[in-house]
Design a protein around this ligand. Structure first.
Ligand code: SIN
Length: 563
């Protein structure tokens, strides 16, 4: 039994743990080593308005504009107002942002009206913040880490989440009871074949939340970063928007810039606009096969590119490319989930005892298109807010009761079941390709219905493997990917318009009646388009005490079974 369980050790999880440690014992659980998260790979920086009221107002406006009519203004106001204090804390905790003497350096990225993005070690901002936060968290006597543990189920006591079932790499199961549980499990880029996200980003937290009765919102809003390195057979390594912030151009195969024709901000237009323009340009003049698009920094003067972008330069050098010498082949890739588990402004979901923060959560702050470098800020601000709410709410709820069978164990079947694992891997491969084709940058009803049918088959295949491998990590991740894909497809089918990251060839215009209307997806597969005011609604039944027994809601419920 711990007081607080935090699933995930990216920026939101670690920041939450720091506050929670003031109120009780905290266990932070990570699926791999503690640094392996989307936070670790965030390059460009953290957007923050540290220059007073007008700076904050302009950060708010840029956030609202990028979000294309779906941002919750109250959430965005919290983000930009509380951001500076949270970043001051980071500085106090030893985060080394890049400076010129005493002055913090700031860069600009897409859709920002001014340079307000702090960065660290050039292009390794997330890694530096993660390092600093982990270092202070490790020194807190109330915080413990459990690495290489997969959360495969939430423990329920009637309608309340009272902990999680964790499994280690050998498959040993442990039930950890907690007074409040935070999902900080990050995004789900791994549902697409082309993604900048690491392998751990499979959307596990979304499945856990759905099975516990939480609601997902805006799942159709997946951001595609315009510039991932595009070399066949090489992972889609992120090439930070800060490259364009420092002057890189996008050019077509003939070496011509094309963003001039598309948007007044050219290469620094909002991400969704740049990404779609790249796809369109690659098929210009009726080409059947896409032509190449390149990032060109060769004419940039006045900065030492290898010093400013050391991580990117190192990765490119492994592929015999240099920013100052070569045009770098790029294409868009799935990058960030704007939707997620519906929360109020303090990270509460509609399920008692369950909270969410960071990329897995949808506070409404990003709307239809996240402003560049607002994600690390969101993790900080809403991680801290969720922790406060967890401390307050858990005071009012009875302490979860231990049951004798709470640590009962099953074997981690797939470790010794090579054939089942191979079949699961093949199903996942098919799913990722299907999602890229059917629910990627350009969507339409026909392709999405095809995707829906293909997903049914993939789901049946995964369910048929379940008997022999239902408790493995790969099986847990496969079920999460299936449910996230289903949610994304269903929400994308339901939103018959183009807005922000969600672009439909068959509905290319915005529908003004859908402004501030959000898709709401529930575990039974239904989607409702509901107005924004419903967003902050939480339904918590605090009358439910320990009368009922603890149930184990398994991820297997994705295929219709609850054990
Ligand atoms: C980047 O460096 O381009 C990514 C930062 C972000 O996702 O906002």
């Amino acid at each position: 039994m711990v007081d607080f369980l935090v699933l995930g050790a990216g920026i939101a999880g670690l920041r939450a743990a720091m506050t929670l440690a003031e109120h009780g014992r905290v266990l932070v659980v990570t699926k791999e080593a503690r640094w392996e998260s989307n936070t670790h790979y965030a390059q460009g920086g953290i957007a923050v308005a540290m220059g007073g009221a007008s700076d904050v107002a302009s950060h708010l406006q840029d956030t609202l504009d990028a979000g294309d009519g779906l941002v919750d203004r109250a959430a965005a106001e919290i983000l930009v107002r509380e951001g500076p204090e949270r970043v001051d804390e980071l500085l106090k905790w030893g985060t080394h942002f890049d400076r010129n003497g005493e002055t913090l350096l700031r860069t600009r990225e897409g859709a920002h009206s001014v340079a307000r993005i702090l960065h660290a070690n050039g292009d390794a901002t997330g890694a530096e913040i993660g390092r600093a936060l982990a270092a202070v968290a490790q020194s807190e006597k109330n915080i413990e880490f459990a690495e290489w543990m997969t959360a495969c189920a939430l423990l329920m006591d009637d309608q309340r989440v009272v902990g999680a079932e964790l499994r280690d790499a050998e498959g040993r199961s442990q039930h950890v009871l907690s007074r409040a549980t935070l999902l900080a499990t990050g995004g789900a880029g791994q549902v697409f074949s082309e993604t900048t996200n690491p392998a751990v980003a499979t959307g596990d937290g979304l499945l856990l939340a759905l099975r516990a009765g939480a609601v997902l919102v805006d799942m159709e809003m997946y951001q595609f970063h315009p510039t991932a390195l595009s070399i066949p057979g090489v992972p889609r390594f992120l090439l930070s928007e800060a490259l364009r912030g420092e002057g890189a151009h996008l050019v077509n195969a003939a070496g011509k810039r094309f963003m001039e024709r598309v948007h007044p901000l050219m290469e620094l237009a909002p991400r969704d606009i740049v990404a779609r323009a790249m796809v369109k340009e690659s098929f210009a003049d009726g080409a059947k096969q896409p032509g190449k698009i390149f990032l060109d920094m060769r004419s940039v003067r006045g900065i030492q590119l290898t010093e400013r972008f050391p991580g990117i330069s190192r990765f490119l050098a492994e592929h015999r490319l240099r920013l100052d010498r070569d045009r770098i082949p790029v294409s868009p890739a799935a990058h960030y989930m704007m939707g997620g588990v519906k929360t109020d402004l303090c990270g509460r979901t509609n399920v008692a005892g369950l909270f969410a923060a960071g990329e897995v959560a949808a506070t409404g702050v990003h709307g239809a298109n996240r402003l560049a470098s607002n994600s690390l800020l969101e993790g900080l601000v809403f991680g801290a807010r969720a922790a406060k709410a967890m401390a307050i709410d858990s005071e009012q709820l009875p302490i979860p009761k231990t049951r004798e069978d709470a640590s009962s164990s099953q074997q981690w079947m797939a470790v010794s079941n090579v054939e089942a694992n191979e079949r699961l891997e093949a199903a996942i491969h098919a799913l990722r390709g299907m999602m890229w084709r059917c629910a990627g940058l350009l969507r339409d009803a026909e392709r999405m219905h095809e995707g829906r049918e293909a997903l049914k088959k993939i789901s049946e295949e995964v369910c048929s493997i379940q008997n022999s491998a239902s408790t493995s990590r790969v099986a847990t991740e496969a079920r999460a990917r299936i449910e996230v894909s289903r949610a994304l497809l269903e929400c994308a089918i339901a939103r018959c318009e183009s807005r922000g990251a969600h672009y439909r060839n068959d509905f290319p215009q915005k529908n003004s009646t859908l402004e501030r209307i959000h898709t709401h997806y529930r575990a039974d597969g239904t989607v409702k388009l509901e107005c924004f005011d419903a967003f902050a609604e939480v339904h918590r039944d605090e009358e439910n005490d320990s009368k009922s027994s603890i149930q184990r809601m398994t991820a297997g419920a994705a295929c219709g079974s609850v054990s």
